[in-house]
Design a protein around this ligand. Sequence first.
Ligand code: CA
Length: 174
Amino acid sequence: MIRSPRHSLRRTNRRGLSLVEVIISTMLVGFVLISAMRCLAAVIRGRTGISYQARGPQLAQQLMTEILNTDYKDQGPSPVFGLESGESEVNRLDFDDVDDFNGWTKSPPQHRNGNPVANSTDWQRDVTVQWVDPSDPSTPSGSDQDLKRITVTVRYNGSVVMQLFALCGSKPSP
Ligand SMILES: [Ca+2]
């Protein structure tokens, strides 16, 4: 059978993509995919950064608020600096005055009842409480002058990301 040139041309137009076209198309799809993955990675990095920046202050403020809601000094008959006799350091349920928190450190951070704070595996909170000089609260004092400085330090993977300071004074006698 003899085919006309027109018939032959029609068959040529029906062919699929050439090998070169397939390669170029594949490369283009690859470039687009790589660009999309880079954009996605940047978005994920951005979200992680935001949550990381918000997390440190949140953990510090939560613990500082808890500390400042306790008494300046233990109300029991024999108050000491630190935990009084019979107070447990297993969790913070027995902590009823500011200096009970001195030396408290936990990683991951815990709620008052000892349950770990969710999604905080790499975080740590430390507390330091000191008597300070009322005329210069940055200077530690060897004795109680009715003013304590509280420092809450928050670390992420061992690096300090947040320090919160507060002063707590004894309430004047009525
Ligand atoms: Ca106490």
